[in-house]
Design a protein around this ligand. Structure first.
Ligand code: XMP
Length: 561
């Protein structure tokens, strides 16, 4: 919103925050009664700085100011309607709105001096405020796209209540960033490990502009876990940007060997992270990058600095952030340039646009660092599918989110074509009612009865990756051809080791829409496109079934692992 903001640990002393224009206490999976869960300095509520508590932050506010929080068992997750019951500065221009609820505990008794300012059908205290002291609490999440007036609520807090001004403008900062790069680099050259993602490419291009192509090196590691044509695409983009030193390291064999017989999703991420460390160490040694003439460039953005230590309480999100000893030495001796470390993702794109990075690159769908490995599900055991009155329970578990923590549960397949009714009514009812599942899939087509199918032992192999690449390639091509790619934010294609003898794999389609990946909605595909896709995928050797994931996030995550 154009306001400078920084993220601090929740227990930052009130004395450090007293001169801020305002403080927002975020949500989180904690409970105010749980020892060890995040706390705030209660003096914060007495230093006359406006405070907005969101979800867990709202509960902390009630807890510390003499209210009571009720420890819930089941909680409330999903869309609700907020009715504004009392006028409040927070509600300027808002009379009611769709909101997103995601909480277990709730505020039962209001703290003295506060009043309830809005309600929903289920939440007794959906929002509360003490406008005199400028303290506000929201049980729901204004920061997610599902809360329609969320941005307006945050603007009301920032501009009307805190009196903040829009003073943070990224366009126009490029010359300053380039000056900074020259000042840090001095007469040394810069090298980057680039991923083909937006952040490292924008950071690299800023350095290229500041120092010229002779002084900036890009190394791209081909892990063998990438999509069809990816290495060539990245090579072409870098060449278009004017890179003259672009090295590709072919490490496919190394990654495949390390992933042999690794089944657990988090173990796979760790193995990939460790292998990356080895590859980087080898490159640092062979290219003499540690000899004092070089500094390391990185595409670290502001949220990364929060994830890796800015906030000690951030829940486990990405587990592949391993550090190479040589790189740690470069960081420790200050030989590092991170030109984007104070920017959010949308600002990085804006910088990218202003320095001429092609929009076909900047508008690419996000793709996970560990690549197709986390879309190629594995199993150490064999197990059969089972019929239940609600559908077929697949012997496959996938990751989900509940509140702000994770779940790892089975998948239910229903023998219906994907439809709005399935997405909006059937799937939420099933995932709410059944504690054994966190995800529902529709069957688009199969070569056998679902309850005759089994999960087979499988890990990440070249054959399976090639099949997934081919399936993913078919999906991407059709999405491009039909323009469907512009209607989704991301479209993972997942391979399950589920099928029958002779066709031991299944493909899951997971098209979703999202703003930031924190929550996501299933996107329905036109039926004729789905029919065409299903028949092309079923024609692939070894594919037994095609499914369509009809689960929003939450309760399912975007990726399956
Ligand atoms: P989930 O599956 O948690 O994904 O809903 C949210 C977003 O994060 C991406 N993602 C990852 N990105 N390394 C990454 O770089 C990972 O291990 C990883 N796991 C999930 C996912 O693609 C989605 O955009």
């Amino acid at each position: 919103m154009g306001v400078f903001a920084d993220v601090r640990p929740s227990d930052t002393a009130a004395s450090e925050l007293r001169f801020r224009r305002g403080v927002i206490i975020s949500g989180g999976p904690g409970s105010v009664y749980e020892p060890g869960d995040p706390q705030v300095d209660p003096a914060l509520f007495h230093v006359q700085v406006p405070v907005l508590g969101i979800c867990y932050g709202h509960q902390l506010l009630a807890h510390h100011l003499g209210g009571q929080v009720h420890k819930g068992e089941r909680g409330e997750y999903g869309i609700a309607h907020l009715s504004v019951t009392v006028p409040d500065p927070l509600w300027n221009g808002i009379s009611g709105t769709q909101i997103w609820m995601s909480h277990r505990d709730s505020v039962e008794v209001m703290p003295p001096g506060f009043r309830i300012i809005a309600c929903t059908e289920n939440a007794s205290v959906a929002a509360m405020s003490d406008p005199e002291r400028r303290l506000f609490g929201l049980q729901f999440h204004p920061e997610v796209a599902h809360t329609h007036a969320g941005t307006r609520i945050l603007e009301n807090f920032l501009f009307d209540i805190c009196g903040a001004v829009r003073d943070w403008d990224v366009s126009g900062r490029v010359p300053y960033l380039e000056d900074q790069i020259r000042a840090v680099a001095q007469d040394r050259n810069v090298f980057f490990f680039v991923s083909g993602g937006v952040d490292s490419t924008v950071a690299y291009t800023l350095c290229l502009r500041a120092l010229g192509p002779e002084r900036v090196y890009a190394i791209y590691v081909d892990t063998g876990l990438m999509r069809q044509g990816e290495t060539q695409f990245v090579r072409d983009i870098f060449s278009e940007l004017g890179a003259t030193h672009f090295l590709v390291d072919h490490a496919e064999q190394q990654f495949l060997k390390a992933l042999d017989r690794v089944y657990d999703p988090e173990a796979k991420r760790c193995v990939i992270g460790e292998e990356f460390v080895r590859v980087q160490e080898r490159i640092l040694a062979t290219e003499h990058f540690l000899d004092g003439h070089w500094i390391l460039g990185q595409g670290t953005i502001y949220p990364d600095t929060i994830e890796s230590g800015g906030s000690a309480k951030a829940d486990l999100i990405k587990t592949h952030h391993n550090r190479v000893a040589g790189i740690q030495a470069l960081i420790d001796s200050g030989r590092i340039i991170e030109p984007l470390s104070s920017f959010y993702k949308d600002e990085v794109r804006e910088i990218g646009r202003s320095i001429g990075i092609p929009s076909r690159f900047l508008s690419r769908h996000p793709f996970p660092g560990p690549g197709l490995a986390i879309r190629c599900l594995c199993s150490a055991t064999e197990d059969g599918a089972t019929k239940s009155p609600d559908g077929t329970l697949l012997p496959v578990r996938s990751v989900g989110v509940q509140g702000d923590s994770r779940s790892y549960r089975q998948v239910l397949a229903v023998e219906q074509k994907p439809s709005l009714d399935l997405i909006v009514n059937v799937a939420p009812e099933l995932t709410n009612r059944r504690a054994d599942i966190n995800r529902v899939v529709a069957v688009c087509g199969s070569k056998a009865q679902l309850d005759d199918m089994s999960v087979f032992c499988a890990c990440v192999t070249k054959t399976r990756l090639d099949l997934l690449r081919e399936a993913d390639g078919i999906v991407r091509e059709l999405c491009r051809e039909t323009g469907f790619e512009d209607r989704v934010w991301q479209f993972p294609v997942v391979l399950l080791p589920l099928g029958i003898d002779g066709a031991r794999e299944s493909v899951v389609l997971r098209p979703i829409n999202s703003v930031d990946g924190m929550t996501a909605d299933v996107v329905l595909m036109p039926p004729d496109m789905l029919d065409r896709l299903t028949s092309e995928l079923l024609a692939l050797r070894g594919v037994a079934a095609v499914f369509y994931d009809v689960t929003h996030k939450p309760p399912g995550t975007i990726e399956w692992e």
